[in-house]
Design a protein around this ligand. Structure first.
Ligand code: SF4
Length: 240
């Protein structure tokens, strides 16, 4: 297991404004983002934990990793020819999470939320590149519990059990409903793949701002008809 502290994160005012689709010259938003970045940058400590692991057993709809059984037909099929996998948790960190916008300042709260999301997205990209480089992998994909009906969010408990006490390690804990806190955290299993996989390919949800790949109903046939569907994870989990 390796813990990464103070992950390098890119917090560019320009990119955040672009992500917010702010019109150029909107001074209120530009000043707001600038001031909040000044608040976040000195304290931010994005962190990650991951474990280089092996698939120990494969059943029809499940795999065993580090003695923990993960039940998902899609994950099982994706790991068909895979031996080594990387369970992980990444977070924007408690320091950034603790920052609050002034009370009743809805705009600042919105902008701060977008900045915290940028932190975890940037940290996730860094972790992906770090693992690819360290273990000399080619292309990798990830899957997360809760991203598809096929792999329920309750399996966050199993994922966290791979690491022991994640709260002690990097300050992330699970709520009784298996959401992560800080909420700007992402978790999952990374695996090498020849063809890039995104859960969004199997998810029919139309109005999702977090969509990372077009819906591909044909692809579902590869996994079996019962795997289609989502649990609206975009609403609860920042996307890497
Ligand atoms: S809810 Fe959105 S982000 Fe989640 S799998 Fe569906 S399209 Fe992708």
């Amino acid at each position: 297991m390796e813990i990464l502290d103070h992950l390098p994160v890119e917090l560019s005012e320009e990119k955040i404004l672009k992500k917010l689709r702010a019109k150029p010259g909107n001074e209120t938003i530009e000043r707001g983002v600038r001031e909040l970045l000044d608040m976040v940058r000195p304290v931010v400590n994005a962190r990650a934990v991951y474990e280089c692991s092996y698939v120990e057993d494969k059943q029809e709809d499940s795999v065993l990793i580090r003695g923990t059984r993960f039940t998902s037909r899609v994950l099982r099929v994706n790991l068909d020819n895979v031996g080594r996998v990387f369970p992980y948790v990444v977070t924007c960190g408690r320091e950034a999470d603790a920052l609050k916008a002034p009370e009743n300042d809805v705009m600042s709260a919105f902008l701060l939320d977008a900045i915290k999301e940028s932190v975890v997205q940037s940290a996730s990209r860094y972790l992906r590149e770090y693992i690819v480089k360290k273990y000399v992998l080619g292309q990798v994909s990830t899957m997360a519990p809760g991203s598809l009906k096929d792999w329920p969010i309750t399996q966050q408990k199993e994922l966290f059990s791979v690491f022991g006490n994640v709260e002690e390690l990097i300050g992330v804990r699970l709520t009784p409903s298996f959401l992560m806190t800080p909420i700007k955290s992402v978790s999952g299993i990374m695996f090498p793949t020849e063809v890039r996989f995104e859960s969004c390919q199997l998810c029919p949800r139309e109005s999702c701002v977090g969509r990372r790949a077009p819906h591909n109903p044909e692809l579902a046939k590869k996994y079996g008809e019962n795997v289609i569907g989502n649990v609206a994870d975009a609403a609860i989990t920042p996307k890497a």
